[in-house]
Design a protein around this ligand. Structure first.
Ligand SMILES: *[C@@H]1O[C@H](CO)[C@@H](O)[C@H](O)[C@H]1NC(C)=O
Ligand SMILES: *[C@@H]1O[C@H](CO)[C@@H](O)[C@H](O)[C@H]1NC(C)=O
Length: 354
């Protein structure tokens, strides 16, 4: 009796051990890190044809601008431990009935906003849509679904003000434009690219913090100060019962091919395939580290759309000379559409279910 009880017990222990091991597998799938993985070829991609997105901006419409290679359209992001859920635009629209989705940031926000509107339109091609722009604010609506997808152009998030006889001043510690952000039910912030601009592209003459005025500053330091100001704004203004806040991770550019150990390429021109595997030779992006650091200090929940590494692998995803219409302008910063930002939106969609 004792013996068989022991046998039974050890049998049960063994079974639960096996179940546990098996269960861990499942757990890993459920709690799978969607941002760890690699790009795999998938004939069923892209998710939509750019020619079927009637409002696509010329700068992202690489095929229309003459790009001949098409393999870059055929990659699907494959998380190592699970599958990324397929985007269901109609489901997305139903879940956001009566609500406003708002992107706030620079032209990388424009890139993702445009991708999302193309993906949603593709899901319900017969549904009416309207789009208008007033000042720096674009509003795309699907009246039948009562959903608004907005874009608020704001390169720094903190204030850029004109002061008479001084010029434009970038104020690292103030945000006075946030009132409009509070309309949104889903807010997706982004800032980075403009922090690097110098010379003619730099839109400020001075940087100010408190009473201190600087001619210039280490740009990563300035970026961190501004993000802290933004974080404080979110912590003191966002009502989590109404609004979900996201930070669109730093979008990497591919200006320098030495970053991916290809000295011959020089830049993103003529790159037709992604980097294989999960590791970017150039290592983590310095701005991404700043983003993580600041987000970790916040009291309100902010979901990091952690797209930096997966986008770093897509040296083939940029317009290069097929962006601004075939002239010699080189664009290794934005992304062709259809393309990489569609995956960012798939991840945004997946976040609704985790
Ligand atoms: C890459 O080039 C673009 C366009 O020339 C520029 O706007 C961007 O700041 C550059 N990025 C870096 C990291 O130098
Ligand atoms: C980009 O690389 C191509 C060749 O790889 C080169 O011809 C071109 O001058 C480069 N453009 C810029 C802006 O660096």
């Amino acid at each position: 009796m004792e013996f068989s009880l022991q046998t039974l017990l050890s049998f049960l222990l063994m079974t639960s051990y096996l179940l546990h091991v098996h269960g861990e597998d499942n757990l890993e799938t459920n709690g799978c890190n969607l941002y760890k993985g690699s790009w795999i070829f998938d004939e069923s991609y892209p998710l939509y044809e750019s020619s079927q997105c009637p409002f696509i901006e010329k700068q992202f419409d690489c095929l229309h601008n003459g790009r001949q290679d098409k393999q870059y359209l055929k990659y699907r992001w494959k998380p190592s431990a699970c599958e990324l859920p397929r985007f269901d635009g109609e489901d997305f629209l139903k879940r956001y009935k009566g609500k406003t989705i708002m992107f706030v940031g620079d032209s990388l926000s424009l890139n993702q906003w445009q991708s999302l509107t193309c993906m949603l339109h593709n899901a319900v091609p017969e549904a009416e849509h309207t789009s208008y722009r007033v000042g720096g604010i674009s509003t795309f609506t699907f009246p039948d679904y009562d959903v608004k997808v907005k874009l608020v152009r704001n390169a720094f998030l903190v204030d850029l003000v004109n002061i008479e006889r001084t010029g434009n001043v970038l104020k690292l510690d103030t945000i006075s434009t946030g009132k409009i952000w509070l309309e949104a039910d889903m807010l997706i912030f982004n800032t980075w690219h403009w922090w690097l601009h110098t010379g003619r592209k730099q839109p400020w003459e001075f940087i100010q913090e408190g009473d201190q005025v600087y001619k210039d500053m280490d740009r990563l330091v300035a970026y961190e100060k501004a993000l802290k100001t933004w974080a404080k704004w979110v912590d003191s203004n966002i009502n989590p019962a109404k609004t979900n806040v996201y930070f669109q991770g730093v979008s990497p550019d591919h200006n320098l091919s030495t970053d991916w150990n290809d000295a011959d390429a020089r830049n993103c021109t003529a790159q037709e395939v992604p980097i294989k595997g999960s590791i970017y030779p150039g290592g983590p992006h310095p701005a991404e580290k700043v983003v993580r650091k600041v987000l970790s200090t916040m009291t309100k929940q902010v979901y990091l759309l952690d797209v930096t590494t997966l986008s770093q692998l897509r040296i083939d995803g940029h317009p290069s000379v097929y962006g601004h219409g075939g002239h010699r302008d080189m664009d290794c910063s934005h992304w062709c559409l259809a393309g990489v930002p569609d995956t960012w939106n798939q991840l945004l969609y997946a976040s609704l279910y985790t």
